[in-house]
Write a protein that binds this ligand. Sequence first.
Ligand code: PEP
Ligand code: MG
Length: 565
Amino acid sequence: MTASSSLTSPPAIGTVLHGVPVVAGVQYAPVIRPGKPPQIDPGADADLDEADRAAEGERFSAAAATVAERLRERAAHATGSASEVLAATATLAQDRGWLGVAEKRIKDGAPAVRAVNAAIEQFVEMFTKLGGLMAERVTDLRDIRNRVVAELKGLPEPGVPVPDEPSILCAEDLAPADTAGLDPTLIVALATTLGGPTSHTAIIARQLGIPCIVAVTGLDDVPAGAMALVDGTLGTITIGPDEAAARDAVAEAQRAAASAANWSGPGATADGHAVAVLANVQDGAAARSASQTPAEGIGLFRTELCFLNTETEPTVDEQATIYTEVLEAFAGKKVVVRTLDAGSDKPLKFAGHPDEANPALGVRGIRISFNNPAILDHQLEGIAKAAERSGNPPWVMAPMIATAEEAKNFADKARSYGLTPGVMIEVPAAALLADRILEHVDFLSIGTNDLAQYTMAADRMSADLATLTDPWQPAVLALVAMTVKAGVAVGKPVGVCGEAAADPVLACVLTGFGVTSLSAAAAAVQGVGAKLAQVTLQQCRDAAEAVLTTSTAADARAAAMSALG
Ligand code: PEP
Ligand code: MG
C-alpha cells in the first residue's frame, strides 16, 4: 500500500472523479489516507560482521512473529470474511518459504531489512509469474514486508489510521489486512486507484456494507482532509461538493437503504411483473446464510470454489455430500448448480490444466471435459445423487459454452443423469447464436463478468482496464439484450448471474430486456429486490430501450437512471 505520492496539484473544488462502482451507497466525509510504508533502501546498510549475524537472525524472527501475532489478534476480534482474511495474512507472515529465504540471507551477512525485502521480492516475482489467484497475493506479501520492516526499524505499524470522525478512506490500493480490520462506523466509504470489482477491497467493502469505488482515475491527487462525496452507485467521487446538496444526497441514499432492509420478496416490479431474485453461493455455509435473506433460490452455485485446495479429484460421494448441503439449504426452491468452471484464474489441481500462455482464452470451464470427460460425468453423477438425497432436483449449467454443439453435448449428458440442463452465456459467440443454443437446452444464464471480459477483450482482473469490463458497456448490454430476446421468443427462462445482477439500477434494465431471474451475492439481494419493487415494467422497458442507444457506459447508466425516475 502506498499513500499519495503525487507532486501534482490537488483536484479543483467540485471535480468529479470516475471509477468503477462496487458497493452502492452515498457518503459525505473528509478523506483519510493510509500511513506511508517504511522507506526501504536495499543498498543502504553494509554487510554484517560474522559475529552479529545470529543476533540479527533472532531480531528478524521476533519481528516476524510479532507481526503475525498482531494479525492473529485482530483476526480473533473480527468476524466473517474479515477474520478469514486477517488469519490468512497472519499465516502468510509465518510462511516457512519466505522466512527461510530471509534467514539464509541474514546468515550470509545481509542486515534484516535488506533480507526481508529481497526474500519477499523473490516470492512476489514467483507469484506474479504464476498469475491468477497467486498474483493477487502480491499485495499481501508486500504488506507483510512493510509491517515487518516497520517493526525492525521501530516505526509505527503502517496502515490505516483510526480517524476520530467518520471518514472516507482513499488509497492507491488496500492490503487485505487493513480492509479486514476496518470499523464501518468510522470508515464510511472506500475509494482506490487500483483494484477491480473482485479485489479484496471490494469483497470486504461488500461485507462491511460501505460504499466502494475502485479504479478511480486521479484519486492519488486528492489530499487527506479534503471533503468528498462518494457515490458507490454511480462510481463517482466529488471533491469539495456543495455541502447542503451532498447532505441531501446522503439522506436520499439512506432512505433507499432503509427501504431495501424492509424488502422481503418475492421479486416483482411495482406493477407485479415477477422476476425471481436469487443468490450466488459457493458452498453449504454460504447457502445457509443466503437462506436467511429473501432470496427465492440459488441462481449460481460456483462448485469449483469448493475444490480450489483439493489435490485429487473428489469422489462422487464426496461431491454429493457438498451439493446436498446446498440443495437442503433451499429445500423446495430453485437451485442452479454450475459444473466446474476450472481454469483461468480458478485452476484446480486435479483438472490437469495444460500450461497456457493465455489461460482466460484457454482450456477453461466446459473445455476441461473435452480431454477429460470423466470429470464432468463424475460431477453430474454427484449432482444427481445429491438431488436424490435432498429431494430437491437442481438445474445444472455448463460454463464457457461457445458453440451450439457444445451446448447439445452437455444437455444430452445432463439429461442422461436425469438433470435439467442449461448453459451459461459468457462468450460473445454464444450470445450471438443464443437462438440456436436454445434449441438444445432448457434455460440460459448470462455471466456478465466474463461476457464483459470477452466482449471488450479486457482482462477482468486488470485494474487498468476496469472501465472496459464495466457491465454497463453498451456493447455488453447489446449482447445481453440479444440473448434475452432469443429466450423470450421460445418461452425459455433466461437469467443473469454475473455482478451486473447485483447493481439495482442495472437489474431494472435487465428486467426491461425480459430476464426471468436475477442472481446476485446474498448481500445485494435486498437492494435489488427493493429497487425493482419501486419501478414499473414499462419504466424498466424504457430504460432497456434507452441504454441500447448509448455509446458509453456512463451514458448508459445516466439514460437508465433518467428512464427509471
Ligand atoms: C460470470 O462470468 O459472470 C460468472 C457469473 O461466472 P464467474 O464470475 O464465476 O466467472
Ligand atoms: Mg464466468
